[in-house]
Design a protein around this ligand. Structure first.
Ligand SMILES: Cc1cc2nc3c(=O)[nH]c(=O)nc-3n(C[C@H](O)[C@H](O)[C@H](O)COP(=O)(O)OP(=O)(O)OC[C@H]3O[C@@H](n4cnc5c(N)ncnc54)[C@H](O)[C@@H]3O)c2cc1C
Length: 264
């Protein structure tokens, strides 16, 4: 990454204007991922002086400023309990503490990284993103959106709700990217199943979810059949980390474990 000039903004409005002044201007959050690219940035926009690095816990939500580091989110006492700590658990397996002290929640969401261990636990929860210009939209809508307009992500809102959660990442070594990752949740009577690093972007197992949510009772037979359906409907791929069939089999095993955990 080559940066020609640097500007630390004093407001979100200033950041938005500067971002849209020039196609080559960009927000640099933690910069952990951006620094690995060969991209040339005209003006690097720094948001670190405008208080976006806080987690505010209200009666019904956790409002996480976009510049909050992954480590802050991982260690937050309220989030450690939310969905049985699925998000904290997922974050704790991303590289080491020094990277998690730098990488931000905002950069992790905007990047829509296919290997993400951040998006998989978040999609099974009720999450909204607040942008400066576009306003609020659900994380689900953001992930499928083709809108390429440049905007500033201000905060991530995780709604509070009574729910069970499960997250599991398969990785070859402690510091590696996921071979595949799985998140399962049960909120009221609704079960969600998401699989990421397939190696493409996280996706819901829609048919498997319809099947399990339509079952009268979650028996072992229903769990096995749900994992089979998910294994058939989701696309997996082969790359240097693992083959398609290995990923599929691991995902199915984790879906079964996740369903058993969230339904007891
Ligand atoms: C060596 C290494 C290993 C990693 N391993 C994993 C892993 O195993 N699992 C995993 O999930 N992640 C992994 N990551 C990714 C990491 O968790 C972060 O997701 C990543 O670094 C992006 O966060 P950042 O703060 O560094 O964003 P940056 O690199 O600063 O920015 C990323 C993108 O988001 C944009 N952006 C940032 N903030 C905003 C905002 N507020 N509004 C609008 N746009 C914004 C930037 O312009 C840029 O396009 C790894 C990263 C590194 C460097």
């Amino acid at each position: 990454m080559k940066i020609n000039s640097y500007h630390s903004v004093k407001s979100i409005e200033e950041a938005y204007k500067l971002l849209n002044d020039n196609k080559q201007n960009a927000i640099v959050a933690g910069g952990a991922w951006m620094r690995l690219s060969s991209k040339e940035i005209e003006t690097a926009i720094d948001l670190s002086e405008i208080g976006l690095d806080q987690i505010v816990e209200t009666e019904d939500a956790f409002e996480i400023g976009s510049m909050t580091t992954l480590r802050q989110v991982e260690k937050h006492e309220g989030l450690k309990k939310h969905y049985d700590g699925a998000l904290s658990n997922a974050l704790s397996h991303i590289m080491g503490v020094p990277i998690r002290n730098v990488a931000t929640i905002g950069g992790s969401i905007i990047g829509k990284y296919s290997f993400s261990d951040v998006l998989t636990p978040l999609v099974i929860m009720d999450v909204e993103l607040e942008f400066y210009k576009k306003g609020r939209l659900s994380l689900e809508d953001f992930l499928v959106s083709k809108d390429r307009s440049k905007d500033v992500l201000v905060k991530v809102i995780i709604k509070k709700e009574e729910a069970r959660g499960y997250f599991k990442k398969m990785q070859k070594t402690g510091l590696d990217f996921a071979v595949v990752n799985v998140a399962v949740s049960k909120q009221a009577d609704t079960i969600k199943i998401a699989v990421g690093a397939r190696p493409s972007l996280v996706k819901f197992a829609v048919e498997a979810m319809a099947f399990v949510n339509g079952a009268k009772e979650i028996t072992e037979e229903v769990i096995l059949e749900t994992a089979e359906i998910a294994g058939k409907e989701l696309k997996f791929g082969t790359n240097s980390k693992a083959s398609e069939s290995y990923r599929r089999n691991i995902a199915m095993a984790y879906i079964k474990r996740g369903l058993r955990e969230v339904t007891v």
